[in-house]
Write a protein that binds this ligand. Sequence first.
Ligand SMILES: NC(=O)c1ccc[n+]([C@@H]2O[C@H](COP(=O)([O-])OP(=O)(O)OC[C@H]3O[C@@H](n4cnc5c(N)ncnc54)[C@H](OP(=O)(O)O)[C@@H]3O)[C@@H](O)[C@H]2O)c1
Length: 265
Amino acid sequence: MKVTLLTGASSGIGEAWADRLAAEKHNLVLVARSENKLKQLCATFSQKYGVSAQYIVADLSQPNADLHIFEETEKRKLTVDCLINNAGIGTAGDFVQLDLASEQAMLYLNITALVSLTHRYLSQMRERNSGTVVNVASMAAFIPAPFMAAYAASKAFVKSFTEALAEENRPFNIRIMLLCPGATETRFFETAKINETEKKALLGQTTIQTPDMVADEAMRGMKGSKTVVVSGFGNRTMAKLTALVPNSLAARFIAKGARATLQKV
Ligand SMILES: NC(=O)c1ccc[n+]([C@@H]2O[C@H](COP(=O)([O-])OP(=O)(O)OC[C@H]3O[C@@H](n4cnc5c(N)ncnc54)[C@H](OP(=O)(O)O)[C@@H]3O)[C@@H](O)[C@H]2O)c1
């Protein structure tokens, strides 16, 4: 059976996206750590939309989680025709004051797990000459972000990696897409331990989207042909502007706005 495998499906953007994929008759494999939530979502989607929805519990910040997921889909005789690497977390603060183990776990989740899952399933797509891979980056992928330094760098990796893979795979009927959401009202900020004051300092006047808005744009993007899909008109404008401003200047501007709140001297 052909399936769409979506990581980070238990909340936020992933949950809203899973709902739309199921509504459009994708059979789903949902991945996250929260088993009860995944079980509940699978029951809802199969009942509401008549699709096959199953889940795999995995902590993608742990080595070999990608192997566990791959072996499970093989055991269940599933063909992953569409892979969506959406799971990701952020951290914020003065880099040297952040917990090193948490930074490493974030980098493993945002980068290594994404690369590993892509390698495993893209290899199969190449054998079949068909498939889709969607990776989720962020507006933070476009510029260095002081006080979210490692997070922004992880998303810059995802952007560069995905844009390169899109070209490598162009001759093989494989669609590779990058989704860049801007600030979105999800558990992201709570998980990153970013309070309201810090959020304001980091985001400035940025418009905050809902997960439903981002999921709608993601679905539209998947039906289009663009490699880089930025969610939201304001974010698209900002993405174009960042190309005109040197990174060093953009970083200085962000640091200026956030330093008083996020740097404890
Ligand atoms: N919200 C924003 O402002 C924003 C902006 C730009 C980009 N993004 C990106 O959008 C993506 C989705 O985030 P979101 O905003 O929807 O946040 P969210 O509501 O916190 O969702 C994150 C998802 O990732 C899963 N996840 C977290 N750690 C995991 C781990 N170690 N192993 C497996 N799954 C894990 C979570 O499930 P469990 O906790 O159940 O494991 C959850 O399903 C992320 O890549 C994020 O970087 C978000």
